[in-house]
Design a binder for this molecule. Structure first.
Ligand code: CTP
Ligand code: MG
Length: 185
């Protein structure tokens, strides 16, 4: 433990947040700005349940991805002006894959929830917290594995696994308190 000092832990934690910001932002943006026509258009799957449900809207998907890309562009802008050598460097491809992957992961999770008979808004532990990480990592693995393996070290990956459920819980409680979310999860 002695060679892993608190200073390097903080750097790993900040790096994890920096890497994941374009994937973390789409969900709260979708919750704040989503609504209107659902992606499935109200249609049901062959099991008689909704394909995705009313919680997955076109507006939420579009604004959420745009929100993630916009924050990512700001990060790229910051990194082009101030060279912070220890921070993983974003690219236009990485921020787009992170933002799109986060909400595609969220959408896939809703599809699986409905197939398992879990109602819209009902809790589905673990999947509700890690859908965005799984979605983002799958897209990166397919379209930019080189970036994935150079930016996300083992330490950063572990930090993402620890920070994601904590942030998820925190933002949902805040969203609930602000009246943006119907339930605190
Ligand atoms: N949202 C949206 N469009 C999306 C994703 C989210 O409009 N593509 C909005 C919806 O208003 C949704 C809220 O963000 O209710 C919270 O998202 P989430 O917790 O993922 O949806 P749930 O309503 O819990 O639905 P599900 O059970 O399908 O996860
Ligand atoms: Mg939910």
């Amino acid at each position: 433990m002695s060679d892993i000092d608190i200073y390097s832990l903080i750097i790993i934690g900040i790096s994890a947040l920096w890497v994941m910001l374009p994937a973390y932002l789409p969900n709260p943006v979708a919750a704040a700005l989503g609504g209107g026509r659902p992606i499935d258009g109200g249609r049901c799957w062959r099991d008689g349940r909704r394909i995705f449900g009313d919680g997955k809207t076109i507006k939420g998907l579009v604004f959420g991805i745009v929100g993630g890309v916009v924050i990512g562009l700001l990060q790229i802008l910051i990194q082009s002006h101030a060279e912070i050598v220890w921070l993983p460097e974003h690219t236009f491809v990485s921020i787009t894959l992170l933002a799109a992957g986060a909400l595609l992961g969220d959408l896939s999770k809703s599809f699986l929830k409905r197939r398992r008979g879990v109602e819209r808004g009902e809790k589905w532990p673990v999947a509700d917290q890690f859908d965005l990480v799984i979605g983002a990592f799958i897209l990166l693995l397919i379209f930019d594995p080189e970036w994935l393996f150079s930016a996300i070290t083992i330490g950063i990956a572990i930090a993402i696994l620890i920070l994601t459920p904590v942030l998820h819980r925190g933002t949902n409680i805040i969203g609930y308190a602000l009246g943006i979310k119907d339930v605190p999860w």
